[in-house]
Design a protein around this ligand. Structure first.
Ligand SMILES: [Zn+2]
Length: 213
């Protein structure tokens, strides 16, 4: 099973990727992770990527594709994989298609976890983190706003930078601009499966499994 996981910031894409990865026993390939790994391993491509990133530039498509090719050629990808964070442009999507054909890795499906922007903003804005234990709660889970239900710390709740409305809206804007062309590319090929991301983690997971089967 070859999957591409797609979803706006705050929609729980990473969590779903992990669940699917253990359910189907296929690797969760996050581009951020494999890029860091390539740099750490000091592979040829890793060194090039590092140089480019040190200059503050974006890693070009050919380097990214090379790093992904290297990762997909490992034996744990034989029965499938979940890509997360790539492709980010329709050009990259084309390159990825070519690569999968070349490597005989079969067709992929894009799982689009969508949610209404206002709902995401509301959901994230209603979260509070405990600065003592790091646990994240929604306001409805907190009975006494002065006491952390997890560690008992007093007055330890705060709104994380990433959960602030203006930060969320900015990230959503970037997400829309960069990923819409990619979504269109796969839609035109009839490869998109859409799932509503607003339920609980379990509900969304069940929904994905249902549409995949
Ligand atoms: Zn706590």
């Amino acid at each position: 099973m070859q999957l591409l996981l797609f979803g706006a910031p705050g929609v729980g894409k990473g969590t779903q990727a992990k669940l699917l990865s253990s359910k189907f026993n296929i690797p969760h390939i996050s581009t951020g992770d494999i890029l860091r790994q390539a740099v750490k391993d000091q592979t040829e491509l890793g060194k090039r990527a590092q140089e480019i990133m040190n200059r503050g530039d974006l890693v070009p498509d050919d380097v990214m594709i090379g790093i992904i090719k290297y990762r997909l050629s490992k034996s744990d990808c034989n029965s499938g994989f979940i890509l997360d964070g790539f492709p980010r442009t329709d050009k990259q999507a084309e390159e990825l298609d070519k690569l999968l054909e070349e490597m005989n890795l079969g067709d992929l499906k894009l799982v689009n976890i969508f949610a209404d922007e206002e709902e995401i903003v509301k959901r994230l804005n209603n979260r509070r983190a405990c600065k003592e234990c790091g646990h994240i709660f929604t306001l409805t889970e907190i009975i006494d706003i002065n006491t952390c239900p997890n560690c008992g710390a007093k007055n330890s709740f705060y709104l994380r930078e990433d959960d602030k409305e203006e930060v969320i809206r900015k990230r959503m804007e970037v997400f829309r601009q960069t990923t819409e062309p990619v979504l269109k590319y796969y839609q035109n090929k009839g490869k998109v499966i859409s799932v509503n991301g607003l339920g609980s983690v379990e509900d969304v997971n069940q929904e994905i499994l249902k549409v995949l089967s």
